[in-house]
Design a protein around this ligand. Structure first.
Ligand code: FES
Length: 186
């Protein structure tokens, strides 16, 4: 908290002279605070629905600076977002920045996941000593990220308890209603 208080003090000082302290952009402690208090708790813009128009279309994006997510339109036409992490041993399941696929296959041990998230394929499921035919496959689908949309803009958050996107956007919706693409550049 001390870092946050010092930062606030410094910003107030510098703003009096119409300056923004450069440390804001480079200080690792500030970056940590942003991770913790901002990115982990806010809605992040991920994609526009028009980027994934067809079933199977996907794009890779980030929630905050660290968490890569796959935004994908499933075979059922619904858009979802998943952590790009295999539920077996944590390898990424998608390496291309965009594309179209019916499933994501992990390159480590070959587990495959439908574009709706379910785990569908586990090589050597019955034969492997490690699995012993006992895996609860229905519990091992890709981990879903909470998303909501506004005017076709897809936002995601890692915090299930944050208020709705509608509430989060508040007056910003005025600008999104006028011109979504311009507003996203602000
Ligand atoms: S880490 Fe993905 S299949 Fe093992």
């Amino acid at each position: 908290m001390k870092v946050a208080e010092n930062l606030l003090q410094q910003v107030r000082q510098d703003l009096k002279q119409a300056r923004v302290p450069l440390s804001i952009f480079a200080d690792p402690e500030i970056f940590q605070l942003e991770r913790q208090h901002l990115f982990a708790r806010a809605w992040s813009f991920l994609a526009h629905e028009s980027e994934v128009p067809q079933p199977g279309d996907y794009v890779l994006r980030y929630v905050g600076p660290d968490d890569q997510v796959i935004v994908v339109r499933g075979e059922d036409g619904k858009v979802r977002a998943f952590h790009n992490i295999c539920t077996h041993r944590g390898q990424v399941v998608c390496r291309a920045e965009r594309g179209n696929t019916s499933s994501f296959v992990c390159s480590y041990h070959g587990w495959s996941f439908k574009n709706t998230g379910e785990l569908t394929g586990v090589p050597a499921y019955k034969e492997s000593f490690g699995y012993a035919g006992l895996l609860k496959r229905e519990e091992l689908g890709l981990k879903q990220v909470r998303i909501e949309t506004y005017n076709g803009l897809i936002f995601g958050t890692l915090d299930a308890s944050v208020p709705s996107l509608d509430e989060f956007l508040g007056n910003m919706k005025f600008y999104l209603d006028i011109s979504p693409t311009e507003a996203m550049r602000v």
